[in-house]
Design a protein around this ligand. Structure first.
Ligand SMILES: [Fe+2]
Ligand SMILES: [Fe+2]
Length: 373
């Protein structure tokens, strides 16, 4: 099965965003090659078997993150880390120290720099990619302190909640829906007080893509609902439904979510499986409203029956599902990803319009007018 080239946001356009640079330092060259090949699918990687050469390279062309083997660090790379804690250029580069013994954050210096982190072997490439994404996001999260209070609270509360949701899914525990709802209060306030653009710009460069996408969907859905006069209970459904609509993607492997190239058939199947996964997660929560469930289960369905997973048609899709489908595609098209730049809003709307009877075109028109104002 292949995807529709018109709406496949995994298609590879000409101008791709610049990849983040990672320096990998390990005296054991076989291990160096294995880790480099796992990361090379997503990042630009430079490898060093010697700390001194890596330090020189860091000054000439600073990387976004450094991965260093603990034994290499203690033998020949210790100078790098000491220099890093004092140096105003290097201290903002996060280090992940690959260790045989330790896991967790490494607190050094005055805490003003990037957080360093120990990652214990053995680790899966997915775990490594998650840790890199978390370390790279630190600077973005720090920049939120400069935003107005409501936008700042929106980002902080929803990010904390998203981390809690990931932990709950990883440990097989239920999601606390009440706290998800509370985290969305400032989001609704941001929309009502017209501060949502600060939220959207604040989250744009974050590296947890599923969080970025989910918060953007929640924000645009709330904006859509507010503009068409929806009341508080429906605004809550739209914001929580937006935040949870792709909750099954939290379990989707990082290398599939962030693959720079077009997905193959197997990977596309894994990607589409997130809907069933979301359904399973939300079904285990009796307090989830039917409307929130519908947003998660139907946001890839199309009115003409061409969507997935069930190929539902026409009136089988209610108003919230139709809104969610439009917003989800709009957000995917205007997001920057490792495999595509962010399309301008006008281009995104042109694509939504070419999808004709697959979408509720009266809603597309209404959403376009809301975004234009
Ligand atoms: Fe989805
Ligand atoms: Fe989505």
């Amino acid at each position: 099965m292949t995807s529709n080239p018109k709406t496949d946001t995994h298609a590879k356009p000409d101008a791709l965003p610049k990849r983040k640079r990672i320096y990998l330092i390990d005296a054991k060259t076989d291990r160096l090659k294995t880790v480099a090949s796992a990361l090379g699918r997503v990042y630009t990687v430079r490898t060093f078997s010697d700390g001194g050469a890596a330090l020189d390279a860091m000054y000439k062309s600073p990387p976004n993150l450094v991965l260093i083997d603990e034994a290499t660090l203690s033998k020949r790379g210790q100078g790098i880390h000491k220099t890093k804690t004092r140096d105003n250029l290097l201290k903002f580069i996060p280090f992940i120290i690959l260790s045989n013994l330790t896991e967790g954050p490494l607190m050094i210096g005055d805490g003003a720099g990037a957080p360093d982190h120990y990652l214990k072997r053995p680790f899966s490439s997915n775990r490594l990619l998650e840790q890199i994404s978390s370390c790279l996001s630190h600077a973005v999260e720090r920049s939120w302190k400069k935003l107005p209070k409501t936008a700042q609270q929106t980002l902080k509360y929803t990010m904390d909640e998203f981390n809690k949701i990931s932990d709950a899914i990883d440990s097989g525990q239920p999601i606390d829906l009440q706290t998800v709802g509370s985290s969305c209060h400032p989001l609704i306030e941001s929309v009502k007080s017209n501060q949502y653009k600060d939220v959207l710009s604040g989250v744009r460069k974050h590296h947890n893509y599923t969080y970025v996408h989910s918060l953007r969907v929640a924000t645009y859905l709330s904006l859509f609902g507010n503009a068409v006069g929806m009341q508080d209970d429906q605004m809550k459904i739209l914001s929580v439904g937006g935040l949870l609509h792709d909750v099954g993607k939290i379990a989707t492997p990082h290398h599939v979510l962030n693959k720079p190239d077009k997905l193959n058939e197997k990977e596309w199947g894994i990607m589409k499986g997130h809907v069933d996964h979301s359904k399973k997660i939300l079904s285990s929560l009796p307090e989830v409203s039917e409307s929130i469930r519908v947003i998660a289960e139907q946001h890839h369905e199309k009115i003409d029956g061409s969507g997935y997973p069930l190929g539902l048609k026409g009136k089988q899709l209610n108003e919230l599902a139709r809104m969610a489908t439009i917003v989800d595609i709009f957000v995917a098209l205007t997001d920057e990803r490792s495999y595509k730049p962010a399309y301008p809003e006008d281009t995104a709307f042109s694509i939504l319009e070419t999808m004709g009877p697959g979408l509720d075109q009266r809603m597309v028109k209404s959403f376009r007018e809301i975004i234009a104002n």
